[in-house]
Design a protein around this ligand. Structure first.
Ligand SMILES: [Zn+2]
Length: 461
C-alpha cells in the first residue's frame, strides 16, 4: 500500500486469489523485504519478547471482558466528541474508509467470502437462445457470402493518454497511424483491474447491472458460438477469468520460443506465431460462417514495464528496470511504460498485416480495447485497482482502436469516414458486447442497437 498507493479491498483480494507465480513474483523484491522487516518483523520480535503475566483463568474470565468494555466506551466517547467533523470528513474523503488498516482489509475479506452467498454460483444462465446470423446466409444468394474474420485484441493496462493516436506528444503509436485505423478518444473501462473488467466487458449487462447481478450469465463468446461462428481464445496472460471456459482456448504464456519467451513469460508476439495453423484447426463449417479470435495480451502489465518490450522496440531511455517503481524517477517509469506501448503498437500493426494476408479467405477486421488504465506516479499513485469510485481517470480512460479491411467495411455497410467523425463520442465497456454482435451481424433479442458503437455509421442494419 505505501509503495504503490493501492488499497486492499475486495477486488484487490480477488486479484490476489486469481494471480499466478509470474505476476506475483514481480512484486517480491528487496524493497518489499526491507519494509516487511522494519514494519512487521522487528515490532513482532519486540512484542514477542515482552513478559506476559497471564494470571489464572478465573481472574481473566471477568478481567478480559471488563477491559474490552472499557476500551469500547473510550472509543465511542472519542467518536461522539468529534462526530460532526468526523462524519463530514469521511463523506468528503471516501478514500479514507479504504485506509482503515487492518479493518478495511478484514471487511474486504469478509465481503469476498460472502460473495457466493450473495450470488448463486452453481449455475450459468444461458442468454440469447435465439442467436443466429439471420441476414447472412448463402441460401438464395447468387454470390456466396464471404466469411468474416474478427480479431479482438484485449489490451492490458494501456491508458488512452499515452497513445499518440489520441494526441500524446510522444510518438508511441506510429505503426497504427500508418494502418488507417479509427481510434476512439473518450472510452471508459468497467473496472480498474483485469479480474473486474474482463468478465464485465464480455457480459451483456451494464457496469452497474453486472456489479449487482444475482446469478452468472453466459457471455459474448457463448453467444458467438451459439450463432454458429468459430471462436478461439489465445491467452498470453494470467488467464481469461472464466470468460473462455466454454470455447476453445489456448495459453501461450508457457510456450517454448527462445526469441519471445523467458522466465515463464512471453512477449505478445507469441500470439501471432503459428496462427495460421491454429485458425485452420477450427471447425471448417463454423469458419465458413465467420471466426472471432480473441488475443489476451500481456500488454503493459506492471510493475515490470521494462520486461514488456524487446530490446529493439525500446525507443525511450533511460528505463526504470526494477519493479520498485517508487525508487525510479517518474521519467524513467514513463519511458519503460511508453516502450511497452510502442511494442503493443508494433504487435497490433503486425496483427493487421496478418489479417491483410488472410484477405483471399476472409474479410478481416481488428478491434483493440484495453481492460483498464494505469497510474504512473501521478499524486504518488502507481499501478491500478483502486476502488472505482475513488480511482483517478488515468486508471479508467482506455484506448479503443478499430481497423477494417475495405471488404469488411463494404460487407458491413459501414463508413469509416463517418466513424472517424464520431471518434470523440463517449463509449464504455458497456458497448463492447453489442458492438461485436453488430460487427459479426449476429441477430438476437439480447442485441441493443443503441449500445452498438458502430451502428450510427452503418448504412443498413
Ligand atoms: Zn488488466
Amino acid at each position: 500500500m505505501t509503495s504503490y498507493g493501492v488499497v486492499i479491498d475486495t477486488s484487490m483480494l480477488i486479484n490476489v486469489m486469481q494471480t499466478d507465480t509470474a505476476e506475483a513474483s514481480a512484486f517480491l523484491d528487496g524493497h518489499l523485504l526491507t519494509r516487511l522487516m522494519l514494519m512487521a518483523v522487528v515490532p513482532a520480535i519486540f512484542v514477542w519478547l515482552q513478559p506476559i503475566d497471564y494470571g489464572t483463568m478465573r481472574r481473566q474470565l471477568w478481567k478480559n471482558p471488563f477491559v474490552a468494555l472499557c476500551a469500547l466506551v473510550i472509543v465511542v466517547a472519542v467518536i461522539l466528541s468529534g462526530f460532526q467533523r468526523l462524519a463530514s470528513t469521511m463523506r468528503n474523503h471516501k478514500d479514507l474508509r479504504y485506509l482503515l488498516n487492518p479493518l478495511a482489509s478484514m471487511y474486504g475479506l469478509a465481503r469476498m467470502a460472502m460473495g457466493p452467498l450473495e450470488r448463486d454460483e452453481s449455475t450459468i444462465v444461458p442468454i440469447a437462445l435465439d442467436a443466429g446470423q439471420a441476414g447472412r446466409t448463402n441460401e438464395g444468394n447468387s454470390t456466396p457470402i464471404r466469411p468474416r474474420l474478427l480479431l479482438l485484441v484485449l489490451g492490458e493496462t494501456a491508458r488512452s493518454a499515452n497513445f499518440s493516436l489520441n494526441g500524446y506528444e510522444r510518438p508511441t503509436t506510429t505503426a497504427l497511424e500508418q494502418q488507417g485505423v479509427v481510434s476512439f478518444t473518450n472510452v471508459w473501462s468497467c473496472g480498474t483491474s483485469t479480474a473486474e473488467s474482463l468478465p464485465c466487458m464480455f457480459s451483456h449487462l451494464s457496469r452497474h447491472e453486472f456489479g449487482v447481478r444475482k446469478v452468472n450469465y453466459e457471455n459474448l463468446l457463448d453467444v458467438l458460438q451459439r450463432a454458429g461462428l468459430a471462436v478461439l481464445w489465445l491467452d498470453n496472460q494470467s488467464g481469461c477469468k472464466g470468460v473462455c471456459d466454454r470455447v476453445p482456448h489456448v495459453s501461450t504464456g508457457k510456450s517454448v520460443d527462445s526469441d519471445l519467451c523467458k522466465d515463464n513469460e512471453c512477449q505478445d508476439g507469441i500470439l501471432l506465431s503459428g496462427l495460421d495453423e491454429r485458425l485452420a484447426a477450427l471447425d471448417p463449417a463454423r469458419r465458413a460462417r465467420g471466426t472471432v479470435i480473441v488475443m489476451h495480451q500481456m500488454g503493459s502489465h506492471g510493475p515490470a514495464y521494462f520486461r514488456r518490450s524487446p530490446e529493439k522496440f525500446k525507443t525511450f531511455h533511460p528505463e526504470c528496470t526494477t519493479s520498485a517503481l517508487q525508487v525510479c524517477s517518474r521519467d524513467m517509469v514513463l519511458n519503460a511504460y511508453d516502450n511497452s506501448i510502442v511494442y503493443t503498437d508494433h504487435f497490433l500493426s503486425s496483427a493487421i498485416d496478418w489479417l491483410r494476408h488472410k484477405a483471399p479467405q476472409a474479410d478481416g477486421a481488428m478491434l483493440y480495447v484495453s481492460d483498464h488504465g494505469e497510474s504512473l506516479g501521478e499524486s504518488n499513485l502507481y499501478l491500478h485497482g483502486l476502488p472505482y469510485a475513488i480511482a483517478p481517470d488515468v486508471q479508467k480512460h482506455i484506448p479503443w482502436v478499430t481497423w477494417m479491411s475495405a471488404q469488411f467495411e463494404e460487407s458491413l455497410g459501414i463508413s469509416l469516414e463517418c466513424l472517424g467523425r464520431q471518434r470523440h463520442l463517449r463509449v464504455t465497456h458497456d458497448n463492447y458486447f453489442h458492438s461485436i454482435l453488430g460487427l459479426m451481424d449476429v441477430s438476437t433479442s439480447v442485441y441493443e442497437t443503441e449500445l452498438d458503437a458502430y451502428a450510427l455509421c452503418r448504412k443498413r442494419l
